[in-house]
Design a binder for this molecule. Sequence first.
Ligand code: ZN
Ligand code: ZN
Length: 225
Amino acid sequence: MNNLTYLTKIVKISGNKIVLELKEELNIDRLKTIFNGFDGERQAELFIKDPRGFTPQQRRFVFALMQDIYIYTGEPLESLKDVFYWQFRYFTGKDISLSNESESSVDEVSTLSELILDFIFENDIPFREGYEIPPQNTQYYFYKCVTTRTCCICGKKNADIDHFDKALGRRKRSEVDHTEFNFAALCRTHHQEKHQIGIAAFKNKHHVIGIKLSQEEIKKLRIGG
Ligand SMILES: [Zn+2]
Ligand SMILES: [Zn+2]
């Protein structure tokens, strides 16, 4: 059997007709050839997803993170899954699942992703350039990059902490209130790129967001000079 699944949005229902908008590209040639020349009617089953449930993007993110841990540690995905799902149960008292039948919510999977991110940053697991980060995890991701001095684009360690959205200008490092600034962790290469192409183009290209830090964190990271 070669059942195919596509994610779609319901656009319109009129009578017994329904219009769906595909969230990903449907390969028509594949659809024509996959059933070995069968040329009868194509039937599809409609399955309506609970909108409170986690998103496919969240699931992809969780597996991309675990894949990177596997590549670095050699620990199989199955056992990584057990460890993080167990950790999740330990913290929340609930079970979690990323299967299609799962009833786990957006917030629950976001918590699971944070647990895995903690592991990645605390153990210096190298990660791929350009993660597709779900909106629920962006703040946390960029925050972790700054507090561990990890380049938020390529994962390089000992990154510079850049005053991201507005520059210090002529003011002295020791005389400004750094809690008013947004920060991003950038390696030498990406830091230089930012100053070369400018903040707008840089944001557009890499989707980096700046994050605020507390007085205490600024002190710990020695940003105040
Ligand atoms: Zn800078
Ligand atoms: Zn970098």
